[in-house]
Structures are given as C-alpha cells and as structure tokens.
Design a protein around this ligand. Structure first.
Ligand SMILES: Cc1cc2nc3c(=O)[nH]c(=O)nc-3n(C[C@H](O)[C@H](O)[C@H](O)COP(=O)(O)OP(=O)(O)OC[C@H]3O[C@@H](n4cnc5c(N)ncnc54)[C@H](O)[C@@H]3O)c2cc1C
Length: 548
C-alpha cells in the first residue's frame, strides 16, 4: 500500500478523549498558561455522547479544578440526601445499617449527576479558555517520533473500504502532534493498550480487572420519586454466581438511574450478565419502584476494578495515561470520576512545568509521583484489598474482612498487606462442561426488555459500509474452540447483542453485528481465547447517550 499522506498540526498537548480526565487536563493547562495550544479529540458525535457513569460524584476533583463550579452553573444540583444499602434475597431484603461502614463509604457531600452533562459543561468551560475540542474525531493510531517517543495521533479517518483499505472515498485524517500526548480514553482504551504493551508499562503490576456496567434511565411515578436517594444492593439474583450488584440513584425530574454491575471474573460461561440485570428489576423492592414508569435510555460500559495494585506505570516517552485508561476506580465506593479529574489536573501541571523548561517527548515522572503519592494514591490504597477478597472469598467474607481492612487502612495500616488479583478476567472463564446452563425468565416488556429492544434506546449507529471494528485474530476460533469449550460466551457477555451463533447450511456460524456495539469493551476483556480486539471505528459512530 502506498504511503498515506496526511496533513499535520502541531500543538503543545494533544488529548485523546473528552471524559472527565481529558477535559480536566485541558482546562488546567489553559488555566496555567492561556497561550498553550491544547486540543481534545473525542470519538463520540458530541461531547457526552459516549459517557456512561453511575453517577454519584465526589466533588473533590472539581473543587480542586474549578472551585467556583456552582457559580459557573455546573449541572451538579442534586445532593445525596439518603444512602441505603440492601442485601437482596429473591423475595425480600435486609437493610445493612450505615454505622458499621467505614467513613469513606459515606455519600454525604456527594451529588447525583449525569456525567454526560457534566462533561458537556466542562467542555464549555474548556472552550471558553481557548481549548480546541473536536467531537466526531476518533484517534485510531499513534504516531511515533524518531526516538521511539509518542509524538501524536492520527484522527479523523473516514470512509475506509469494507476490508479496511483506503479507497477513493476515504478521508485519510490528519496527524496531530504534541510535545505531550495525554491518553484519556477511559476503560480499556485501544491506544492505551498499545502504549502499555509497547513500553511494558504493566510490568511488575497486578493484572487489570473489570466489571461490565449496564444502566437504564427510568421516568417513574412522581409519588415514588425521592430526589437525592442513593440505593445500592448486592445478593440476588447474582448470589454466588458472580460478584457485582446494583445502583439506584434518584436524580431530578422524576428520573432514576437503575444500573447493574457484574464482575467479569465469573467462571460459568453460561452466565448472562444482561439477563441477570433484567431479572434484578423484578425483585419486589425494585419492581414496586419502577411499576408504572418507563425506561427512556439504555447503555453499557466496562468499569476498571483492579485498583491501586493494577495501575500500570502511567508515563512513557511523550505520553501519559489519565483516569480510567490507567484504572483509577475506587471499587467499594464505585467512584472514579473524582480521580479522573484529579489525574487530568496532575498531568496538566506536570506537562506545564516540562514545557516551561523546554522539554518535550520525555516521561512526565512528576505526574506519576503525584498520582501514586497524592490524593488519588491515598484514595485507592485504602481499598486495595476489597476486590481481591471478594474474588477469593466471596461476598459475605469480603464484606466483613473488606470492611475491617478499610477501617484499619483509614487508621493507616492493613492486616493483609496488598493482595493480588491472580488471573485476568478472560482466564477466569471455565469450560462450559463444568457448569450448568442457567435458565433466565423471558423479559416481560414492562420491567425487563430483550437486548435488541434495549439497544435501540442507546441510539447507537455504525455505518454498515465501514469495516468491522471488532477484529478477530482468528475467524474460525469462535466456532472451532469457543463454541465447544465455552458455549461461545460472547453470545451472552456482550450487553448489546453484537455476537451471535447462527446456523448456516446446518453448520454453526459466528456473526458479528458490529452496528449494535455500544463501545463498552467487554468483548476485548472477557473473550476466553483473547481473540477479539476492539478497535476504534470512525468518529461519530457508536452510542448517542442523553444524560447518562
Ligand atoms: C456503570 C458504571 C457506574 C459508575 N458509577 C460511578 C459513580 O457513581 N461515580 C463515579 O465517580 N464513578 C463511577 N464510575 C466510574 C467512572 O465512570 C469512570 O471512573 C470515569 O468515567 C473515568 O473517566 P475517564 O475520563 O477516564 O474516561 P471516560 O469517562 O470513559 O471518558 C473517555 C472518553 O474518551 C473517548 N475516547 C475513547 N477512546 C477514544 C479514541 N481512541 N479517540 C477519541 N476519543 C476516545 C470516549 O468516547 C469518552 O468520551 C462508573 C462507571 C460505570 C461503567
């Protein structure tokens, strides 16, 4: 193939992804020096289109970045008023009192927000400071400099031929070069993956762990709506089949976020995370809340769960990993947005100092030190054993021992040191023959919905004429290995129904409906053969979330 010629644009800092991490970095850079040239590239059709979070926001990140966010009209207006935690059985529930919980679990002072809307507002703040933001521009490749440093990205490639080649209608995109490139792609970023591998950034760290989070927005009967109420549940229907649980957040306008997270280290390949979620809504406590209401949006996204010990090295020559591209979620608090913002701020400050000292293309070691030793490291270190305890010893033991460990860590020590995670989530999947298939009730169309109907509420779109962005290393493997060995779990772990086994001429065939993809990245994580690579499709494709 002939060398592709592209225009190049030079910036001080190039930022990939307009999530809370990337936007915080952009804002901080311009606060420090209005003359810096800063660009943010976002694959969603608009800022916020691909943002899916819970979300209860701990405002500490925003307080540090924009202390007068209230006066500036941030869409952060629903303080948490009530915090409930329930253990569910099939027909009832037990309320766990708040007093034995370590103080870090308290949501007092936090807000129920749409992170999509918070990002839209942050983008306005960034643009007012002079940041250039380009939505609909997917960064599909990294550009390396002569000394092997990350020098920039390729963004805005459109209209590839079906086989991935360049044709007469292909726009080759452009190169955006920076003195530093910030990778803030969120969980399982594809450029982040390349950088972590190329520079061996995960060496000596624990494997990264993940969950898949699914979420619906419901409009409910105003008589049942209690603005500011936060409810978390564990137990039924997952039981001991997998780690995970639900969140129910009452925001404004009679809307409720109803979400469910399933940890991806489950063993039984017959498990169907989406159907567990749908079943959960039939619990009497949840059904009572939702009856008479309607689901207005649906989406899904993976969440990082490895925590402190799984964070890779954060810097490579010319590049830094921000937010969940490096995995900064505090798992028991289910919160990562505050750390994403703090990491953006810290990376910006390190880059500003480096650029002032006329450096470029090197490692921003000051950023790494600030994350590990500053507020983010402290937040994550205290809870580092909760996830490994849950994986090793199950829910009940981990609630007690994890609670104890969080208490002692609050006092400055741990009885357990730092526990490891063991296998990655793909390796955790066991052979289908060791497990029983699970019979899930059919969705009733009122409280529970089939996947394809729900996916239409993610308003996702991928041009059919473009190449499939879900690449199989070996096309035959889903049928030759995954089907006989694991009952091809892609049919079930994907929350958007992308993967199917159909019968063609009496033979099983693996079908990839990439048009349905909601960019959650679960397939890239959970495929037991690690045969699927999620690559970035052209800009503007993917979900179009409202106030997720
Ligand atoms: C179900 C669920 C519930 C959660 N609940 C909470 C909660 O209640 N509170 C909380 O604080 N945290 C919560 N989190 C975690 C929180 O959402 C993350 O920690 C946070 O989103 C990380 O921010 P980020 O900026 O690193 O990444 P993201 O928010 O994921 O943003 C990344 C952005 O980069 C874009 N992007 C990615 N790749 C490219 C590319 N190659 N080119 C261009 N653009 C790209 C994406 O489209 C996206 O807009 C939850 C997460 C999930 C999944």
């Amino acid at each position: 193939m002939a060398e592709i010629e592209r225009e190049a644009m030079e910036y001080d800092v190039v930022i990939v992804g307009a999530g809370p991490a990337g936007l915080s970095a952009a804002i901080r850079l311009k606060q420090l020096d209005a003359d810096l040239d800063v660009v943010v590239l976002e694959k969603g059709s608009e800022v916020g289109a691909h943002i899916l979070s819970g979300a209860v926001l701990d405002p500490c990140g925003l307080d540090a970045l924009i202390p007068d966010w209230k006066e500036k009209g941030a869409p952060i207006t629903v303080p948490v008023k009530e915090d409930n935690f329930y253990m569910l059985g099939e027909a009832g529930q037990i309320r766990i009192p708040n007093f034995p919980m370590p103080p870090l679990m308290n949501n007092h002072g936090n807000y129920i927000v749409s992170m999509g809307n918070v990002c839209r507002w942050m983008a306005e703040q960034a643009e007012e400071l002079g940041v250039e933001i380009f939505p609909g521009m997917a960064c599909s490749e990294l550009v390396y400099g002569d000394n092997g440093e990350v020098k920039g990205v390729v963004a805005g490639v459109f209209g590839l031929e079906k086989d991935g080649s360049y044709g007469p209608g292909t726009e080759p995109g452009m190169e955006l070069h920076g003195k530093y490139v910030f990778i803030s792609e969120g969980v399982r970023g594809s450029l982040a993956k390349e950088i972590i591998t190329k520079y061996d950034l995960a060496k000596g760290k624990e494997v990264q762990k993940y969950g898949v989070g699914m979420k619906e927005i419901w409009e409910i009967d105003p008589a049942k709506h209690k603005e500011g109420t936060v409810t978390h549940t564990m137990g039924w229907p997952l039981g001991s089949k997998a780690g995970g649980g639900s969140f129910i957040y009452h925001l404004e306008n009679n809307q409720v976020y109803v979400g469910f997270v399933v940890h991806l280290n489950y063993k039984n390949p017959h498990l169907f995370p989406y159907m567990e979620y749908q079943q959960f809504k039939h619990h009497p406590m949840v059904a009572e809340l939702l009856e008479g209401g309607k689901r207005v949006a649906y989406g899904a996204r993976a969440i990082t769960e490895g925590g402190y010990q799984s964070m890779p090295k954060l810097v490579a020559p010319g590049a830094a990993l921000l937010g969940c591209a490096a995995g900064m979620v505090n798992v028991p608090r289910i919160k990562g947005n505050h750390n994403a913002m703090l990491s953006g701020k810290a990376a910006a400050e390190a880059a500003f100092d480096a650029i002032k000292a006329e450096r470029s293309g090197d490692e921003l070691t000051a950023y790494e030190a600030e994350v590990r030793e500053g507020a983010i490291g402290k937040d994550l270190k205290k809870v580092r054993n909760v996830k490994p305890m849950w994986s090793k010893w199950g829910l009940t033991a981990s609630l007690m021992l994890g609670g104890l460990d969080m208490w002692t860590n609050t006092l400055g020590f741990s009885l357990f040191g730092t526990l490891g995670h063991g296998k990655n989530d793909a390796q955790s999947t066991e052979e289908a023959s060791k497990h029983k298939p699970i019979d899930y009730p059919k969705p009733d169309g009122k409280l529970s919905f089939d996947r394809l109907t729900n996916v239409s509420f993610a308003m996702t779109n991928h041009e059919e004429s473009q190449p499939c962005h879900l690449r199989l290393a070996d096309d035959s493997l889903p049928v030759s290995v995954n089907l006989p060995k694991y009952a091809e779990p892609a049919q079930r772990y994907c929350p958007a129904g992308v993967y199917e086994i159909v019968e063609k001429d009496g033979q099983p065939e693996f079908v990839v409906n990439f048009q349905n993809c909601v960019h959650c990245k679960t397939c890239d994580i959970k495929d037991p053969s690690q045969n699927i690579t999620w690559t970035t499709p052209q800009g503007g494709d993917g979900p179009n979330y409202p106030n997720m």
